[in-house]
Structure formats: structure tokens, C-alpha cells
Write a protein that binds this ligand. Structure first.
Ligand SMILES: C[S@@+](CC[C@H](N)C(=O)[O-])C[C@H]1O[C@@H](n2cnc3c(N)ncnc32)[C@H](O)[C@@H]1O
Ligand SMILES: [Zn+2]
Length: 266
């Protein structure tokens, strides 16, 4: 798939050491194999997105196989509807889902995340894909060039996602539901507030093809309890008291609850 210069939107010519556009903008290929296309003006902090600690925690947790039912359901949904590549995974994290989805579909993959640490980690997992540090708000790919755009537990930007999808292309979204990780939440919070969540949002420019709920129980022990926390937004919200209670939790029985929504571009 063509990758565009984030400055002038010309196509980037890829050489092993650097990618360059005709206007002379150049982006180094990092030793680990990813390319940083994130412009300073699209950074809201010095190190945007997930931190190294979060990325490593996510990798350790996902590699334990705990969330395999989500991965399997994602791949089966995409296969059932005849999704084809190229795949662009927005907010790909350390690449657990995107690399396996690409394998399942036999498709070309571009994984993109605003966190440099995340794409660095993803590049070490799967060498055959293109891994980019960039923002999903300005995807560095041409209009109509993507067959399947995925965003798992990450952001949805209907206008930009629709721009890059070809007519009839798919958008696969995974959203956490209100009862996701209630076990973790009941350890770290004094009181649980129930927030209604729209599990199947209406997206302008898209038609829903299928919505697949995924719900299962699992147990984590020892360091995986902390890894689970680091994968969630609760990592930023936890109080000292909540952190202390979690540190004393050796075994946590919990429930994962999410929904896979597959949309087709109109
Ligand atoms: C909850 S994580 C999910 C990661 C991965 N999809 C998974 O399920 O394992 C959300 C990811 O979105 C990334 N992210 C946040 N804002 C972003 C943006 N504007 N553009 C691209 N990625 C972004 C974060 O760095 C993080 O890796
Ligand atoms: Zn350029």
C-alpha cells in the first residue's frame, strides 16, 4: 500500500534506510523497522499514546492468551464477511490483534499508533507488516486504498476512516462494554458507577453489517494483575488506596465483555 508524506501528502518512496517524497521530506526507518511519521503539530505531548510500561504490560498480558476469544471472534467475523486487505489497524498497540488478523486473512498490513513505544514493540513481533508512528486523525494513506480498517479498544474517526476505505470496504471496531472488567473495577474503586454505553454507534457514511458480543471469564495471577490494570484507562484514574488494594490482590477472577461491530462503507 502507498504511504504518503505527512507534510505534503506526496507518495513516499521506500528505501531500506529512509522513506522520501519528491519534495525532499525524509523519514528514517528505525533499527526496529518502524517509521515515525508523527509531526510535532500532531503531538499533544512529548510522548503521546501508551507509555513503554503500558506497552510491555499489554504484550505480557495478551501473549498469555487470556484474550484469545476476542482475537478468534475478530478473525472469524472478518472471514465470515469476506473482508480482504490491505488492512490498516488504527491504534494498533503492540500488534497482537493486527498481526494475527493479517495472517488469518492473508492480507497486507499497515499498523499505526501514536505511541512510538507501541509500534517499536509491534515491529519486533511481525516483520512483514508496515508499522507507523502516526495519528489516526490524519492517516498517511491515499483515499480509497484500504480494504479493512480496524480499531480495537481504540478511537473511531468516521470521516477519516471512510476517506481511506475503498467503496464497499469494511470498518471493524471493538468496544469495551459497561460490564467489562467489573472484577478489576470493584477492587480499585470504592463505589461502582454504572454508565450506559452505546454498544453499536451509528457511524455516518457506514452501514452496520453485524454486531458480535464477546463475553467470557478469566483468572489472572501475580504480575498479570498489574499488567491488566496497565492496559486500561483505569491506570490513569486509580487512587493510592485503590492501587494498594490491587497490589495485595494475588488472584483476580474477572469478566471480559466487549462487542465487535463490523460496518461497511456506503
Ligand atoms: C487501549 S489501546 C489498544 C491497543 C490495541 N488495539 C489492542 O487492542 O491491543 C489504545 C491505543 O491507541 C493509541 N492511540 C491513542 N490515540 C491515538 C491516535 N490519535 N492515533 C493513533 N493511535 C492512538 C494508544 O497509543 C494505544 O496504543
Ligand atoms: Zn513531502
Amino acid at each position: 500500500m502507498q504511504i504518503l508524506c505527512p507534510i505534503c501528502r506526496e507518495v513516499l518512496a521506500r528505501t531500506p534506510g529512509a522513506w522520501r517524497c519528491e519534495k525532499g521530506h525524509s523519514f528514517d526507518v528505525a533499527r526496529q523497522g518502524y517509521v515515525n511519521l508523527l509531526l510535532v503539530q500532531n503531538k499533544h505531548s512529548l510522548h503521546p499514546g501508551d507509555t513503554k510500561e503500558q506497552v510491555l504490560a499489554r504484550r505480557a498480558f495478551l501473549d498469555s492468551g487470556c484474550y484469545q476469544p476476542i482475537l478468534d471472534a475478530v478473525c472469524q467475523t472478518a472471514l465470515r464477511h469476506g473482508c480482504t486487505g490491505p488492512i490498516l489497524d488504527a491504534g494498533c498497540g503492540e500488534g497482537y490483534y493486527s498481526s494475527r488478523l493479517a495472517e488469518a486473512l492473508g492480507a497486507q498490513l499497515v499498523g499505526l499508533d501514536i505511541s512510538k513505544e507501541a509500534v517499536r514493540c509491534a515491529a519486533s513481533r511481525h516483520k512483514d507488516a508496515t508499522w507507523l508512528c502516526a495519528t489516526a486523525a490524519h492517516l498517511p494513506v491515499p483515499d480509497g486504498s484500504v480494504g479493512l480498517l480496524s480499531s480495537l479498544f481504540a478511537l473511531t474517526l468516521p470521516e477519516e476512516f471512510s476517506r481511506v476505505l475503498r467503496p464497499g470496504g469494511f470498518y471493524l471496531q471493538v468496544l469495551a462494554m459497561a460490564d467489562h472488567l467489573l472484577g478489576l473495577k470493584s477492587v480499585i474503586y470504592e463505589e461502582l458507577t454504572h454508565k450506559e454505553k452505546d454498544s453499536v454507534p451509528t457511524l455516518p457514511g457506514f452501514t452496520l453489517e453485524e454486531s458480535v458480543p464477546v463475553r467470557f471469564s478469566f483468572t489472572v495471577e501475580g504480575a498479570q494483575v498489574q499488567n491488566l490494570l496497565a492496559m486500561t484507562p483505569h491506570y490513569y484514574r486509580i487512587s493510592k488506596e485503590g492501587a494498594r488494594r490491587l497490589a495485595q490482590t494475588q488472584t483476580l477472577r474477572d469478566t471480559a465483555s466487549c462487542v465487535i461491530n463490523l460496518y461497511r462503507k456506503n
